[in-house]
Design a protein around this ligand. Structure first.
Ligand code: GLN
Length: 236
């Protein structure tokens, strides 16, 4: 690793990373390498403090008990919060939205204090949200429909400081009946989309990379298999 290596933090893959969410870090690394950047994934496990010095961070989904362990670790080592305060991009998938929120309630009805990066709260809903999701982004800088697979019982309500990522056109999304999907607050972006989300939504991957690199655009990549996956998922 050199000074100029772009360092991608894969946060707590030992407890958070259902449905291959760790693939988001691999997609970021590959899209950087194809453009000539040096890029590495730094895995931060429950045995490590969380560094604040990385260029971008990703966190995956998790079941309730794993989610609790992650919450406690992130509160004990606040490197992620310090990085976010500096404007470093963070991608949070599914349970990670809940962990980074104000509080969430587990399926057993226990309320757990979150990390507080998102002004959101999450409570279990009567019906589990499961299946394919398609959305129209509302975040400036994104134009292509987003697709993914959701599987969560928690429904997430946005507070005044949190903005939605997208509007749902198919599926459930945040799950509190407002038709919204995901959350954006400062440099931290959350979505319920598994997939992994960045393999299925390359525009979102490049959006995050531009923020990590401090550039306004990146040269396009000609990846026919990625385009084919997108077409298939939009038709599915
Ligand atoms: N345990 C959380 C819920 O059901 C998150 C699940 C997930 O990350 N897929 O809401």
């Amino acid at each position: 690793m050199t000074e100029s290596t772009v360092r991608i933090g894969l946060v707590l893959p030992d407890v958070m990373g259902t449905y291959g969410d760790g693939g988001n870090a691999v997609v970021l690394r590959q899209r950087l390498r194809l453009r000539g950047y040096d890029a590495e994934i730094v895995e931060i496990t429950l045995s490590d403090p969380v560094p604040d010095s990385l260029d971008i961070y990703t966190l995956g989904g998790a079941e309730d008990s794993a989610q609790r362990l992650a919450t406690r670790h992130l509160q004990r080592y606040p490197g992620l919060q310090e990085a976010a305060a500096k404007g470093v991009p963070v991608l949070a998938i599914c349970a990670a939205i809940q962990v980074l929120g104000q509080w969430y309630e587990t399926s057993a009805g226990e309320r757990v204090d979150g990390v507080g990066l998102f002004d959101v709260t999450t409570a279990p809903q009567v019906k589990r949200a499961i299946g394919e999701v398609t959305t129209t982004p509302v975040l400036d800088g994104l134009t292509a429909p987003l697709t993914g697979f959701e599987n969560h019982r928690g429904g997430t309500k946005l507070g005044g400081d949190a903005a939605p990522l997208a509007r749902v056109t198919r599926g459930i999304g945040n799950g509190v009946g407002d038709g919204l999907e995901g959350v954006v607050q400062g440099s931290v972006l959350g979505t319920y989309l598994h997939g992994p989300a960045l393999a299925r939504n390359p525009e979102l991957a490049d959006f995050l990379l531009c923020r990590a690199l401090g550039v306004t655009e990146l040269p396009p990549l000609d990846l026919p298999e990625v385009e084919q996956l997108r077409r298939e998922r939009l038709r599915a």
